[in-house]
Design a protein around this ligand. Structure first.
Ligand SMILES: Cc1ncc(COP(=O)(O)O)c(C=O)c1O
Length: 331
């Protein structure tokens, strides 16, 4: 099914605007995982946002379908963003900058490796410039990005600064729209999922899904698996962003599902693989032939393998958010 076909979905759900700069030619696949369903004793499905058509895929492409609208409105000729050295978000921004005839400048936390691998290698191939801040925290990195924008303006350029993970109310709209696509697919398949499980890094994906559900209906439980900051903090961030999305759309919705973010799967810290994640990733690859990444999706799938108590009875959809290049980072 191509949910972008025709105008009927817009007429049915006018509250979620269509992407301002469409990048996806079709809906991403939603399919059953037959072997894992058998082995884990639960009906399991997967939503393939690892295959979002451009820039080696992942969830950031959906956010950028809306964030590029801001770049157009600002007549930006260079996109500036921030992230870790192996940031999927930075690679996705580099890809869409190049596709839309813009330059891209990345402000990265961490040490410049002697040899670029994984996402950083792709950043280079895509023509992005990068600066490295080995000991900077997020506030310092953001300040460095603002300084980079100032420098660019001094050179007569028109930069747009995209915050970490593209998790702004505008970026999160990408996942309200994804929820709509998902709803149509579930209806076509006769699927009534009890839960969606996905990785939560900066909150935008979960916020968009929650806002989408509030606007479009459904009773699926949206479960984020925290991989970056403290889970309590990430549920507050996701709730705040979901409210901002609904407010910006002028929604009259008075109730929405509170964000559930699980804190038991991140491990020691962001970016450091866990044994449970490795086991989950191994199962997904060997049983279903689908690659997970160690930083986000392996940790998220580990919550399903562990049959976390937050998961209700019934079919579960694992929402794959991408990240494959990190597997080839060799770090
Ligand atoms: C592969 C992957 N999955 C999940 C996420 C988390 O998405 P969000 O930042 O919207 O919570 C990211 C974000 O960086 C990611 O790169």
């Amino acid at each position: 099914m191509n949910s972008n076909e025709g105008t009927s979905t817009e007429e049915l759900h006018p509250q979620v605007p269509a992407p301002t700069v469409p990048l996806l030619p079709s809906a991403t696949a939603l399919h059953r995982l037959p072997r894992l369903s058998r082995d884990l004793g639960r009906e399991l499905w997967i939503k393939r946002d690892d295959l979002t058509a451009v820039g080696v895929g992942g969830n950031k492409i959906r956010k950028l379908e809306y964030l590029l609208g801001e770049a157009d409105a600002a007549q930006a000729d260079v996109l500036v963003t921030i992230g870790a050295v192996q940031s999927n978000h930075c690679r996705a921004v580099a890809a869409v900058a190049s596709m839309t005839g813009r330059d891209c400048h990345l402000v990265l936390t961490g040490v410049e490796p002697q040899q670029a691998t994984g996402n950083l290698l792709l950043d280079n191939y895509l023509g992005a410039s990068a600066e490295f801040h080995p000991d900077a925290d997020w506030a310092q990195t953001f300040a460095a990005a603002e300084a980079a924008c100032e420098r660019l303006r001094g050179q007569g350029r028109r930069p747009l600064l995209i915050p970490v993970g593209g998790s702004t109310p505008t970026g999160a709209l990408g996942y309200a729209n994804a929820y709509r696509e998902f709803g149509h697919q579930c209806a076509d398949l006769g699927l009534s999922p009890a839960a969606i499980v996905h990785a939560n890094g900066s909150g935008g994906t979960q916020a968009g899904l929650i806002a989408g559900r509030a606007l479009l209906g459904g009773d699926v439980k949206i479960v984020g698996v925290g991989v970056s900051l403290d889970a309590e903090l990430m549920s507050q961030v996701s709730d705040g962003l979901a409210d901002a999305v609904l407010r910006d759309l002028g929604s009259q919705v008075s109730q929405r599902q509170p964000a559930t973010v699980l804190g038991d799967y991140r491990g020691k810290e962001y970016g450091v693989p866990t044994a449970a994640g490795q086991e989950a990733s191994d199962m997904m690859l060997k049983r279903e032939g689908i690659l997970l990444d160690p930083v986000y999706t392996a940790k998220a799938f580990a919550a399903i393998v562990a049959n976390d108590a937050a998961l209700p009875e019934g079919p579960v959809v694992f929402w794959h958010t991408g990240g494959a290049p990190a597997v080839f980072a060799g770090e």
